[in-house]
Design a protein around this ligand. Structure first.
Ligand code: CP
Length: 352
């Protein structure tokens, strides 16, 4: 694969590179005109999204038969992937792991950094560089903002680059969650994602999924975003500035009930108190932002209720039986969307 030598030579240090706008960084994380590392949602344009959704649909279809599943799992049987999850995860980890297995990749994993040589003082940078000695892809989740991107940046400067996929980094981005969220919308609305009103609810300040989803909605015509949160956890200014720059309609409110009636999708999130530094979540009344059974009568028949999961109390369990509750299908969609992404990064997507 042709490397982006030009970027390598003009951006020698990480801090300078990291400060660049995402649009300028995209070429460094691409090879031969294709995305190579998947790090932030701004890399996913409409053409690529629609291609990945078609590949994901095709994967679901083809693998229903053993012959199809065997064919798909032969496509990357010569490749190995490392799943390095330095933060807790159930569905991102499981769906990536099973996506690898669908595509035939062999996998290894570290989920607890106390079992890695980091406890002997090895830096995280040297640790991830070590992975590239053994595997052909790194899939990672890390608590430090920007660290997944830094890993890809480091890899691309070594003699043995391997693609890096972001399974959630700090509070900043969760691009493959946004990919599966939009795939869920795509399937829910028969591919028509224009003119949609998306109501995002909860801890928007520290939720990386709502940030990445906001970026992705730029790809569609006339979206309208409604951010519903307690005043302590409003969406960050950088996202609001991004929406203004891109002329995307948006509003902020604390009126949860009032926001429901015009929604095409209600995207619920939990309080992200693992990011508390000084007990910021204590004393915040989150209960006005819970979706209860009584709210089902306020949303449109065609509205979908989504949640990246895990949930605590944000969606009453009784809501699960409503056909508009999409979150369990959403998490399954993640496996297919991630399998499609892996096939694309390795260039076998056209052979499915
Ligand atoms: N949505 C999501 O990232 O879930 P996990 O934390 O379980 O991976």
């Amino acid at each position: 694969m042709q490397r982006t030598q030009e970027m390598t030579s003009v951006q020698p240090d990480w801090e300078t590179f990291h400060a660049l706008p995402e649009s300028e960084k995209i070429p460094f994380f691409s090879r031969d005109g294709r995305m190579y590392d998947c790090l932030f949602a701004q890399q996913l344009n409409r053409n690529l999204l629609e291609h990945l959704f078609k590949v994901a649909d095709r994967l679901r279809d083809v693998t229903q038969q053993k012959a199809g599943a065997d064919h798909v799992s032969s496509l990357l049987s010569d490749k190995r992937a490392m799943l390095y999850f330095a933060q807790p995860s159930t569905r991102t980890f499981m769906s990536f792991l099973n996506a690898c297995h669908i595509m035939g990749l062999k996998t290894s994993e570290i989920r607890d950094t106390s079992t890695s040589s980091e406890v002997k003082g090895e830096t995280p940078e040297d640790t991830v560089r070590t992975f590239s000695s053994y595997v052909d892809m790194i899939i990672m989740r890390h608590p430090a903002p920007g660290f997944v991107e830094k890993t890809a940046w480091l890899m691309n400067r070594t003699g043995r680059p391997v693609p890096v996929l972001n399974g959630g980094s700090g509070k900043d981005q969760h691009p493959t969650q946004a990919l599966l969220d939009v795939y869920t919308l795509y399937r829910s609305f028969n591919g028509d994602l224009d003119n949609k009103r998306i109501v995002m609810v909860g801890d928007l300040k520290r939720g990386r999924t709502v940030r990445s989803l906001s970026y992705l909605m730029r790809n569609y015509k006339n979206p309208s975003l409604v951010y519903v949160s307690p005043k302590e956890f409003r969406m960050e200014a950088d996202i609001l500035e991004f929406l203004r720059r891109n002329n995307i309609k948006h509003e902020e409110t604390e009126d949860f009930r009032g926001a429901l009636s015009g929604a095409d999708a209600v995207y619920m999130t939990r309080i992200q108190d693992e990011h508390d530094k000084n007990g910021e979540s204590k004393g915040v009344d989150y209960s006005p932002f819970y979706f209860k059974k009584e709210h089902l009568g306020l949303i449109k028949k065609s509205c979908v209720i989504m949640h990246p999961l895990p949930r605590r109390h944000e969606i009453e369990v009784a809501v699960d039986d409503d056909p508009r509750a999409m979150y369990w299908r959403q998490e399954r969609n993640g496996m297919w969307a991630r399998a499609a992404l892996i096939s694309y990064v390795f260039g076998v997507d056209e052979r499915i």
